[in-house]
Design a protein around this ligand. Sequence first.
Ligand SMILES: [Mg+2]
Length: 279
Amino acid sequence: MGLDYARRPMPADDAIRHYLMDMDGVLVHEETMVPGADRWLEELRATGIPFLLLTNNSIYTPRDLQARLRLTGLDVPAEAIWTSALATARFLDSQRPGGTAYVVGEAGLTTALHDVGYILSEREPDYVVLGETRTYSFESITRAIRLVAGGARFIATNPDATGPSPFGVTPATGSVAALISRATGVAPYFVGKPNPLMMRSALRAIDAHSESTAMIGDRMDTDVIAGLEAGLRTILVLTGITARDEADRFPYRPTRVVGSVADLVGQAGDPFAADRATG
Ligand SMILES: [Mg+2]
C-alpha cells in the first residue's frame, strides 16, 4: 500500500515553539532599541519559548553582543546569541576537526575558532578564514592572498558587502573577500546568512525543528530567503532596511509581514493565526 499524501490529515498543531531572529533592524538600530522589542522578548521569556538571535556580524563574541544589547535596554543571555563566527567555527570543526587557520578578523572569530580547538597559524594553514574587522590591514590581506594562492582553502564568515556605522556605510567582509578573490581567482565559501547552513546550525544549537520555528528578519535577500530555504516560516518586519512595496518585488514572500516585533506581542505561540483566519 503506497502513501496517500492527499488523505494525510493536516497537522492539528501549527504552533511556533522556537524563534530565530535577526538583530539589527529587528530588535535594535545600531545603539537604540526598536520600540516594543523589550516587550516582545519579555513575552518570549514569559511563555517559555526559546529563541536565538542571529547575526552575520563576526566582530564580537556573544558576550560582547550581550553587553551591547544591554546598553540599548535589552537583556539577552549570551547563550541566546548566534553569530556567523560561531557558525563558521562549528562548520570547520565538522569538516576538519583540529585544523589550522590563518584568520583575518576580530575576537568574535578568533575566540570561536579557539573554542573548537583550532590552531591559528600563518604557516601552511588548512584554511584562510576572513571575518569582519574595522582595521583591515594591507599586510594581513596580502598574507591571506599569498596563502590562498598557495593552496589554503578560502572561507568567509558572511557575504555582506557593507555594514552600518553611525557615520555611513563601511566596507564589510564581502567586499574584502572580493578583493582577495580578484587577486587569487579563488572564490570563498560564505557561511553566514543567507547560507541555510547558518540556519541549520542555529536550529541545532537550541534543539529546534524547522517546522515549528519562525525566522524574524528585516531583509528579504538574507533573513527571509535563508529562513525559507531552511524550511522555516518567516516574518518580515518593516523596522529595518525593507519597505512593504520593496518586499513585493522579490520572487519569494515571507509567511507574514508586520510593522514591528511590537505587533507580535500577545501572539508568540501562534503568530500566523490571523493569516489563516483571513485566508
Ligand atoms: Mg537586519
